[in-house]
Structures are given as structure tokens and as C-alpha cells.
Design a protein around this ligand. Sequence first.
Ligand code: 5GP
Ligand code: ZN
Length: 113
Amino acid sequence: MLKDDCLFCKKIKGEIPSSKVYEDGDMYVFKDIAPKAKVHLLAVPKDHYKLISEMDDGRAQVLARILTKLPQVAAENGCTNGYRLVVNQGDDAGQTVFHLHVHILGGENLPWD
Ligand code: 5GP
Ligand code: ZN
């Protein structure tokens, strides 16, 4: 289910523009507007929810499909020598968009600290 007042739901619906790199029935992958690495993609399930703690079996299956597809999408977009996945969860992690998303960071050597 999509949510009317959610930025990422609006991108999925095409109501506001995004740099889409991949889409299928379950997921939508697009370029982050403020990249924190040479390659910075966001992979989102089309179902609107905020936290992993809200997952049920169906949502877990979609997340598994996202992770299964993700290496190919990452490689096609310049992550050919590894990449980092980040899933911010809630306030202490600084989550700013409340639609679950997986950050894909790469295209260069990434500092850890
Ligand atoms: P969070 O902090 O919630 O884990 O990540 C939200 C991400 O969404 C940030 O990296 C931010 O740059 C990105 N973002 C915020 N607004 C937009 C937007 O309008 N378009 C795109 N493509 N990314 C956005
Ligand atoms: Zn949403």
C-alpha cells in the first residue's frame, strides 16, 4: 500500500520525478538526491512502511527479493568492486524518510569512520 503524503510513495507513483534505475512489481530503485558516495542508490519496497519491526512474512519475502536483485542493480550502476548497504531505523539512526529503504553506497573505496 502506498501513502499519499510520503515522498518515496510519490516517486513510486510518478507524481514527483526521480532518477529511477530499476523497477519491478515489488521494488523501486533510484539515485539519492544528495549522494554520500560516488554511487548512492536507494532501494525501496513498493509497500509503505517505516521499520523492519513492522515486517510480516510477505514484507520479508519482498525484502529478500530486493536483496537478491540488488547485486545486479548495484553492478550495473558502477558498484563493481563492492558496496555498502545501510538501513537507517528511527531517530537515533537519523532516519529522515519514513518509508523503509536500503542505501546502496559504492563506486569508490568507502571510509568506515
Ligand atoms: P534516511 O536518512 O531516511 O536513511 O535517508 C533518506 C535519504 O533520502 C537521504 O540520503 C536523502 O538524501 C534522500 N532523499 C531525500 N529527499 C529526496 C528526494 O527528493 N529525492 C531523492 N532521490 N532522494 C531524497
Ligand atoms: Zn511511502
